[in-house]
Design a protein. Structure first.
Length: 279
C-alpha cells in the first residue's frame, strides 16, 4: 500500500510538471510510469474501484497510461507469420495466470486478466480489468480502462468502449455476474450493475434513455442499468425538426428482473425464457 501511495505521488508530480509545460517530465519519470503499468498488469492497482458502494476513478492511474503512450517507442512485434507495429507489448504468461487465450485473441500488456478468464478471438486493451471466470467471446472488445467483473459473459461481437481521456472521466463498468448479449454496445462510462442482462443489439451511451417498464410511471434513467434488470433495445418516436414528420431515436427498455437464484445460469435461462430475450 505504501508503494502504491508513493507511485501516486510521483505520477501526480510528473503530471503537474507536464501541465506547467515540461516536455521531458514523463521521460524523466519513466521508471515510475512503468511501475504503474506493471501494477495494472498484475491487478495491484485499477483504473477504477468500488468503495462504499460507489465507483471511484483513479485519475492518476489513467494519467500514467497516457504517459506510457508518450514514452514508449514504436517497435515491430512478430507473432508467428504476423507482424505488428505498436508501442505497447502484448500480455504474456497466460499459463501462470490460468487464462485461456484462443488464437487470434489479443490482450495488451497493462490489462489485468483474472483466474479462469477465457478469451475467444477477441481484444482487451491496456488499463482494462477483467475479473475471474469471465468469458470474452468471439470478436468482443474490451476498451482501455473498462472494468469487467467476475463471472461476466461478453457475448460475440460485444463492444465495451474504452474511456481513457479525459483522465477524470469514469470508465465503462460491468459488474459481477452480468450477461451482455451479442453485438451489444456499452460506451461513455455507462455502468452495468451486478447480474444485469442486456439483450442482443442493446446500445447504451451516457445519454441513452433507459425506460423502466416495471413502473407505471415508466421511469427514465440514464448512464446505468440497475442490478439484475433485463434490458432490451427499443426506439422512441419524436417529432422531426421543422415539422418534417416523425423520427425514431434509440432507447432501451427494462422489461423485468432475473429471478432470485443461487444458480446464476439457471437464473439467466429463466430470464431469457420469461422475457423472450435474444442473445
Amino acid at each position: 500500500m505504501h508503494e502504491i501511495e508513493a507511485l501516486k505521488k510521483q505520477i501526480e508530480s510528473i503530471q503537474q510538471k507536464m501541465d506547467a509545460g515540461s516536455t521531458s517530465a514523463a521521460v524523466d519519470g519513466k521508471l515510475y510510469v512503468e511501475a504503474v503499468i506493471a501494477a495494472l498488469d498484475t491487478g495491484r492497482v485499477r483504473v477504477a474501484e468500488k468503495k462504499d458502494s460507489e465507483w471511484i476513478t483513479n485519475i492518476w492511474v489513467k494519467q500514467a497510461i497516457m504517459m506510457y503512450f508518450r514514452i514508449m517507442e514504436m517497435q515491430d512485434i512478430e507473432v508467428g507469420p504476423f507482424v505488428y507495429r505498436d508501442k505497447i507489448p502484448l500480455k504474456r504468461n497466460y499459463k501462470e495466470l490460468n487464462v485461456r487465450v484462443v488464437p487470434p485473441a489479443v490482450a495488451r500488456y497493462g490489462c489485468f486478466l483474472g483466474d479462469g478468464v477465457v478469451l475467444m478471438p477477441s481484444y482487451v486493451n491496456i488499463g482494462a480489468h477483467v475479473g475471474s471466470g469471465t468469458m470474452v467471446d468471439t470478436w468482443a472488445t474490451v476498451g482501455s480502462c473498462a472494468q469487467i467483473g467476475s463471472g461476466v459473459h461478453l457475448s460475440g461481437g460485444v463492444g465495451i468502449g474504452g474511456v481513457l481521456e479525459p483522465a477524470q472521466a469514469s470508465p465503462v463498468i460491468v459488474e459481477d455476474g452480468a450477461f451482455i448479449g451479442s453485438r451489444a454496445i456499452v460506451v461513455e462510462g455507462v455502468r452495468i450493475l451486478k447480474e444485469a442482462v442486456l439483450a442482443a443489439n442493446v446500445t447504451l451511451t451516457s445519454s441513452t434513455p433507459i425506460i423502466d417498464l416495471r413502473t407505471a410511471s415508466r421511469t427514465i434513467i440514464k448512464g446505468f442499468v440497475p442490478e439484475r434488470c433485463v434490458v432490451v433495445p427499443g426506439t422512441l418516436e419524436k417529432d422531426a425538426p421543422h415539422g418534417s414528420g416523425k423520427i425514431h431515436t434509440q432507447c432501451a427498455y427494462i422489461i423485468g428482473e432475473r429471478k432470485p437464484s443461487t444458480d446464476l445460469k439457471v437464473s439467466l435461462n429463466n430470464a431469457l425464457r420469461d422475457f423472450s430475450v435474444s442473445v
